[in-house]
Design a protein around this ligand. Structure first.
Ligand code: SF4
Ligand code: SF4
Length: 416
């Protein structure tokens, strides 16, 4: 099988096709710490793309409560168990951040079936598992060393790590660099666009074999019973292409991103080099968050698909849980997030200030407004101003770290 470079696992890995990379890649950063699980993103997607007959149980975007929630139910637990069975005791990372275990592609050959082995280790969820997109919402774990569902720790809880905890995980297709759905499709109906890396299913070629549903470790392709073919998130590609009349031909973020009430989402297009790595683009906010500040991490990088969704991990959750979900960079990411540098604090203000895709930012320094000591270290906050620019270099947003206060004139005090 061909070998491809996967920077998220720090090594080459097997993939059924030779490497081929887009010029730019659709990518996003979600700040889990800010999500309020309002599901506005979920409904924005549903009301745009999946409101027709046969799509009733189809949620391209979903927000689930971890550790017990999942759509489909148990998606990650089941796959982690399958990988562990394929490579017992060896699904580990070395101290340099290199994954020593098997990815879904490398583990596939360990399972022989009547048709030979799979192209990516996977399973097809039952109908029952797709039925509850928000099961166990707000259900915590805690109480004792082994934890139990819905239990609360009787002694209360405090940072840095809570003993009673849950968090919201926002999910959509990751438009992976090495898509398992694409690798598994016997009809070659799935393709990755060379201009933006968006992964699409050609509805005319698909015959509904469900191999993509089986292979995607994130379970984001879904079978539609009325048309007998599979469908998945299309990254609102007309918006990415600038076809939405709202932005006059300029690239625009997706529906789920722009609707986000908690301001947790920032989506963009990053430059990709010939070898598949991210080209240095220091002033691109996604490049900065993922490659420079390193506060945002991929979801289950050990699966091996090199997903293009990145998450700022929740600071209150026990670290072993986060490490198995986001890989070895968790401690450093949380340390940097809780004591943000001046630049990081400014870039975090960009989230959801415009519907346009931001390709570059600039910071204008402001005055110091606050200082305190945290864990023996001095931390200061500055009222810097950050401006974001679109692809053509036009300024599309400008925001300061401190929100300005507007005092309502007295004659409007009791009016709405
Ligand atoms: S998340 Fe799943 S459906 Fe989306 S590109 Fe990756 S493997 Fe394919
Ligand atoms: S809209 Fe934003 S805050 Fe609300 S659930 Fe979705 S990601 Fe979370």
């Amino acid at each position: 099988m061909p070998q491809v470079q996967n920077w998220q696992i720090g090594r080459e890995m097997e993939y059924p096709y030779e490497d081929a990379y887009p010029e730019r890649q659709f990518a996003f950063v979600f700040n889990i710490n800010r999500c309020i699980a309002c599901q506005t993103c979920t409904m924005a997607c549903k009301s745009t793309w999946t409101f027709a007959r046969g799509q009733e149980f189809m949620w391209w975007n979903n927000v689930e409560t971890k550790p017990y929630g999942g759509y489909p139910q148990h998606w990650d637990v089941k796959l982690l168990r399958m990988l562990e069975e394929a490579n017992p005791g060896r699904q580990t990372w070395d101290p340099d951040g290199r994954f020593e275990g098997k990815t879904v592609f490398e583990a596939a050959s360990t399972r022989e079936g009547p048709e030979g082995h799979q192209r990516a280790l996977g399973y097809i969820p039952t109908d029952e598992e797709w039925r509850f997109p928000n099961i166990y919402e707000d259900t915590p774990t805690g109480g004792d060393a082994h934890s139990s569902r819905g239990a609360y720790d009787p002694d209360g809880t405090a940072l840095p790590v809570h003993r009673t905890w849950f968090f919201y995980l926002q999910r959509l297709c990751n438009h992976c660099s090495y898509p398992a759905c694409l690798a598994a499709c016997p009809r070659r109906a799935i393709y990755k666009r060379s201009e933006d890396g968006i992964v699409l299913i050609d509805q005319k070629r698909c015959r509904g074999y469900k191999k993509c549903v089986e292979a995607c470790p994130y379970k984001k392709p879904m079978f539609r019973s009325t048309t007998r073919v599979s469908e998945k998130c299309i990254a609102c590609y007309p918006r990415i292409e600038g076809k939405d009349p709202l932005t006059g031909g300029k690239p625009m973020e997706t529906r789920c991103m722009t609707a986000c009430v908690g301001k947790i989402r920032l989506q963009g297009l990053v430059k990709i080099g010939e070898d598949g790595s991210w080209v240095e683009d220091r002033q691109n906010p996604l490049y900065y968050l993922v490659k420079v500040a390193k506060v945002a991490l991929p979801l289950y990088p050990q699966f091996g698909t090199q997903p293009n969704g990145y998450y700022i991990p929740p600071r209150w959750v026990p670290r072993p849980y986060l490490q198995q979900m986001f890989g070895p960079g968790v401690d450093e990411a949380i340390d940097r997030y809780v004591m943000p540098s001046r630049e990081l604090l400014a870039v975090l203000q960009l989230f959801r200030t415009t519907q346009r895709i931001i390709f570059r930012y600039e910071i204008e320094e402001g005055k110091k407004v606050y200082e305190r000591t945290v864990d023996g270290k001095t931390w200061a906050m500055y009222d810097d101003t950050i401006a974001g620019f679109d692809q053509a270099g036009n300024e599309v947003t400008r925001v300061s770290v401190e929100e300005p206060i507007h005092i309502r004139p007295e004659r409007y005090v009791n009016s709405i």
